[in-house]
Write a protein that binds this ligand. Structure first.
Ligand code: HEM
Length: 205
């Protein structure tokens, strides 16, 4: 039987998702090498790692600008931006479901409040990485900004700490995507999901 499919992710969402993902993974790998080349023997030289890091920095910068622009013009921001009052109220029912204390949860829209929180945090984290990264890249151009953040050492610590936040949250994201079901995973490649696919929610009465 051929399943009836509906659109879940537009082509632009998929393009930005995969380019930003590749950029962030490469930034993490090259970043670890730059941090400790003796321990992470992933690249042939510091030159190679730094060149890739800076090239990916531009990919991420344009990827973030493009995704924000898309969220505004395609009116997709409402799907992904966490609204502190409204979404926090929905957190308990979501947590009950994920802690196996409830069989289902209400329908939250395209993404649940946890996902919205994560995606909004990623935007803030990416912007902080771009700001601190460019300060480290061209320190003489951003002396004022560097001072405002507490100095060059603090900038370096922020850049390294958020790197770890990315590592941890990406692992959680991939685990939850797989746990949610293969159709969810496939939809980020094909854009489509079966019309009757329900992941844990009950219809509002
Ligand atoms: C998600 C994005 C990013 C991740 C995960 C990441 C990760 C890292 C890590 C782990 C380090 C080593 C830090 C240390 O040893 O203290 C590093 C260094 C650095 N990063 Fe990033 N980074 C990201 C984005 C950027 C961006 C957008 C730029 C902008 C140009 C940038 C520029 C730099 C520079 C200049 C260094 C120091 C390189 C050196 O000293 O040779 N990074 N990054």
């Amino acid at each position: 039987m051929i399943k009836k499919m509906k659109e879940r992710h537009s082509i632009w969402i998929r393009i930005f998702h995969w380019t930003n993902m590749i950029a962030i993974i490469m930034l993490i790998l090259t970043g670890f090498y730059i941090h400790a080349p003796q321990s992470f023997k992933l690249f042939s030289s510091m030159d190679t790692a730094r060149t890739i890091h800076f090239a990916m920095a531009y990919v991420l910068t344009f990827g973030v600008i493009g995704r924000v622009y898309y969220a505004i013009v395609a009116k997709d921001a409402k799907n992904i931006v966490y609204r502190p009052i409204e979404d926090t109220k929905k957190l308990p029912s979501m947590l009950k479901y994920y802690l196996f204390l409830a069989d289902d949860h209400p329908y939250y829209g395209k993404y649940n409040p946890g996902q919205k929180g994560m995606y909004t945090a990623w935007l803030v984290m990416a912007i902080l990485m771009i700001i601190t990264g460019f300060i480290l890249y061209k320190p003489h151009l951003f002396l004022g900004l560097s001072g405002l953040l507490g100095g060059f050492l603090v900038v370096r610590i922020i850049h390294y700490a958020i790197n770890w936040l990315f590592v941890i949250t990406i692992m959680v994201h991939v685990y939850l995507d797989i746990a949610e079901g293969i159709p969810i995973l496939k939809s980020m490649f094909t854009g489509k999901i079966p019309e009757d696919f329900h992941h844990g929610y009950h219809e509002e009465s």
